[in-house]
Design a protein around this ligand. Structure first.
Ligand code: 5GP
Ligand code: MG
Length: 175
């Protein structure tokens, strides 16, 4: 079944351009800018955002897994794949797909800060409002959304829907 549209392709495109412009202004003239995308969900967002950034930058990837019962994030995060090159002295911008409880991002920021970057900023396409359980600041945010399960634009449901061009809601099956 086709997911119901929550954020259209056009709205995403417009917002990504705005975020790119904002980041470009803030990082103008800075050296060693690193876009660090969290796999797998952030890969589409990274690709669109990075191609609109005139600021010289490199890209890095990390894969994280969080352990919890069912789909809830427990805060027990593990690094499944780490960055290829050191981030020491770099201006790191973490690129995330979605912030739910905030636990995954909180863990990642704390980890990165032990590696002596010049700075760490955060950028997420969407955030679930009223869901954050831990304090974590998002410097660049695309959209606040209600507490619904979303797919598309990198986000999956059992590895499906990642390449859907919009963000949509899947109706739970069998209900
Ligand atoms: P947090 O640690 O912020 O609770 O969890 C964030 C992670 O949970 C995201 O990176 C994503 O993997 C998963 N997640 C949370 N909400 C959703 C959602 O609505 N859709 C999808 N596809 N993943 C979600
Ligand atoms: Mg994620």
């Amino acid at each position: 079944m086709e997911p119901k549209t929550l954020i259209s392709e056009a709205d995403i495109r417009r917002r990504v351009s705005e975020l790119a412009a904002q980041i470009s202004r803030d990082y103008a003239g800075k050296e060693n800018v690193v876009l660090l995308a969290v796999l797998k969900g952030a890969f589409i967002f990274l690709a669109d955002l990075a191609r609109q950034l005139p600021v010289p930058h490199r890209v890095e990837f990390m894969a994280l897994s969080s352990y919890g019962k069912g789909s809830a994030s427990s805060g027990q995060v593990r690094v499944e794949m780490d960055v290829r090159d050191s981030i020491e002295g770099s201006h790191v911008i973490v690129i995330e797909d979605i912030i739910d409880t905030g636990r995954t991002l909180r863990y990642l920021i704390d980890l990165l800060k032990t590696r002596h970057p010049a700075s760490v900023a955060t950028c997420s396409l969407v955030r679930k409002q009223d869901r954050h359980e831990v304090e974590v600041e998002i410097d660049y945010l695309g959209f606040d959304i209600p507490d619904v399960f979303v797919v598309g634009y990198g986000l999956d449901y059992a590895e499906q829907y990642r390449t859907l061009p919009y963000i949509g809601i899947v109706e739970p099956s069998g209900s």
